[in-house]
Design a protein around this ligand. Structure first.
Ligand code: NAD
Length: 552
């Protein structure tokens, strides 16, 4: 009998999820159908004005306290307005998550992951150009950057996580004769707070959906500069059949919302990606509240980077040049993995610079709606001011020189030219601090000092996210690989330090770069379960005495 409220289900069988393939990247070359449908969708969204209510317990909530979402490359263009949450709405969102938790946590795992498998298919099909266009317009990404993010990476996150979840559930302990041991992979007891950054729509989707797949309910706060794609993303989750209350979407100031949410006794986890400072503040708040929580909250945070490219004299010029151009300037350097400091042997510099500067000269900058542009705008006024301050600092410094770019213009959108700074000082400010913009600093070193540079690379910055070594010489690769073991959670050989792919290069870093739980992997998903060990005794003892106690 299929009992009421699904108590007696007729399902028998150990279901599996096939190992997925990575979603193929579409080209958007002239004449392709994807190019046409994307252009149509861009036009539709540009002509539209999207209202973005909060989504709490499956209901649209309009607070009337609204802000506008604009295009970074054309700040006078309003894409829509979003409602911000006050104290009351935050309480409602937490309440909705807690009320939904029991039911969702006891929903069979295959029904939960099926929702996200469905969402991945919607995204691969009907919604692909909707989310790509939203990401291009709201976050100023060119077509390729949007396609690898809001389409491919997010589809991969959902498909691979479904597989990894199945693998976790499959992992069961050994049983001896007369007993049966089982692992019950429970959801965390409480709710998860997912806080996402502006720079990847895929991360915004993964932060709430990964814990939700494992049976958790979530309060999700996206970055205010990326609410536009978040609103569309929520529609996809809902259309895929996500039950009300599993993911509750709230907009507003991170500081205000964070303070309230982190103080709640039922906080069971934080799934964060963003800057190091914000994560450290959240950690401090959780530490200060630790006695008030019902359970120790899991803190998962992927944060900043100061990602390096270490070039050996044996490296191939075109390989280095392309790794620098793409690694530093794709998406205007606003990737946590962006190459932002490079160490180049003096003997290779003239030839390398000729190639890099030719590549820079050919890069076009402008709005993403013109597909010939490689570089678009940085995200907002705050980012523009911060990045240009670094540029001005370098312009007036005695121990550095701007050798390319350095110009910027915010009259129409927040545009900053790809900028290259040359220095001899390994501790020059822009060699150490995360800038999060299109600024690459290069330091030249004497060819014989390659091994000494390894120590410099390792000790210059507090971060340890990504890094590359460029070399043909096998010994050099080996020395760098060993010497930089703790300097990067994602280490590349003859590859730019960006562009990690789900299921192939699990992503995350150590030191100040985060808890290194590797987004889109089993290691991350393990943080969202609280395993219960069950032992069933088939031959329980019936006497407390042991044989050794018998008389001789
Ligand atoms: P951010 O830290 O400014 O914001 C991230 C999120 O935190 C936003 O939703 C914001 O509203 C929220 N927030 C801000 N203050 C808060 C507070 N006090 N309490 C709670 N939430 C708060 O980061 P950003 O500018 O959106 O993103 C850029 C940063 O993210 C860079 O430092 C980058 O390196 C990092 N990042 C890291 C990874 C990674 O995987 N390591 C990936 C992407 C981005």
């Amino acid at each position: 009998m299929n009992g009421r409220k699904g108590r007696h289900r007729l399902i028998s069988g150990r279901f599996t999820v096939d190992k997925p393939q990575n979603e193929p990247i579409l080209s958007y070359a002239p004449g392709t159908s994807e190019r046409k449908s994307l252009k149509d969708e861009l036009a539709r969204q540009l002509a539209d004005h999207l209202e973005m209510p909060l989504i709490i317990g499956g209901r649209e909530i309009r607070t009337g306290d609204t802000r506008i979402a604009t295009c970074p490359h054309e700040h006078s263009h309003v894409l829509g307005e979003y409602h911000t949450a006050g104290e009351k709405e935050i309480d409602r969102a937490i309440e909705a998550a807690l009320q939904t938790r029991k039911k969702w946590a006891s929903t069979p795992w295959y029904d939960r992951v099926a929702v996200f498998m469905k969402a991945s298919n919607l995204l691969a099909g009907t919604y692909r150009q909707v989310l790509n266009a939203a990401t291009m317009l709201g976050q100023s990404k060119n077509v390729f950057q949007a396609e690898i993010d809001s389409a491919c990476e997010l589809i991969d996150f959902m498909r691979f996580n479904a597989r990894f979840a199945a693998e976790i559930y499959e992992e069961q302990p050994h049983s001896d004769i007369g007993e049966w041991n089982r692992m019950d992979y429970r959801a965390l007891e409480g709710f998860v707070f997912a806080v996402s950054p502006f720079n990847f729509t895929a991360i915004a989707g993964n932060l709430p959906s990964a814990p939700a797949m494992l049976g958790n309910t979530v309060v999700w706060k996206p970055a205010s500069s990326a609410v536009y794609s978040a609103a569309y993303l929520m529609r996809i989750f809902e259309e895929a059949g996500l039950p009300p209350g599993v993911i509750n979407l709230v907009y507003g100031s991170g500081r205000t919302i964070g303070k309230q949410v982190l103080a709640h006794p039922d906080l069971a986890g934080v799934h964060f990606t963003g800057s190091t400072g914000v994560f450290q503040d959240m950690w401090k708040t959780v530490g200060a509240n630790v006695e008030d929580y019902r359970t120790y909250p899991r803190l998962v945070g992927e944060t900043g980077g100061k990602d390096f490219v270490l070039v050996h004299p044996s490296a191939d010029t075109d390989v280095i040049a392309t790794a620098l151009s793409r690694g530093a300037f794709e998406y205007q350097g606003q990737k946590c993995s962006a190459a932002s400091r490079a160490y180049v042997p003096r003997s290779r510099w003239p030839e390398l610079w000729e190639t890099v500067s030719a590549q820079l000269d050919s890069m076009k900058m402008g709005p993403p709606t013109d597909f010939t542009n490689f570089v678009n705008a940085v995200i907002d006024r705050g980012a523009f001011d911060n990045i240009t301050e670094y540029i001005e600092f370098a312009r007036t410094a005695d121990d550095a020189e701007i050798i390319a770019g350095g110009g910027y213009d915010d009259s129409r959108g927040y545009f900053i030219e790809p900028t290259v700074i040359l220095t001899e000082n390994p501790n020059f400010k822009t060699m150490v601090e995360e800038i999060f913009g299109p600024v690459l600093t290069i330091m030249l070193y004497d060819d014989d000092d390659f091994e000494a540079m390894i120590e410099v690379v390792d000790s210059t910055s507090p971060y340890a996210l990504t890094g590359s070594v460029m070399a043909r010489d096998r010994d050099a690769i080996d020395v760098a690989q060993k010497g930089l073991r703790d300097a990067a959670g994602n280490f590349y050989i003859n590859n730019q330090p960006t562009g990690a792919v789900v299921g192939r290069q699990p992503f995350g870093g150590g030191r100040a770069s985060g808890t290194n739980d590797k987004a889109g992997s089993r290691w991350n998903l393990m943080r969202w379960v609280s395993p219960r060990t069950i032992k069933e005794n088939m031959v329980p003892p019936t006497d407390y005495r042991y044989p050794f106690m018998d008389e001789e």
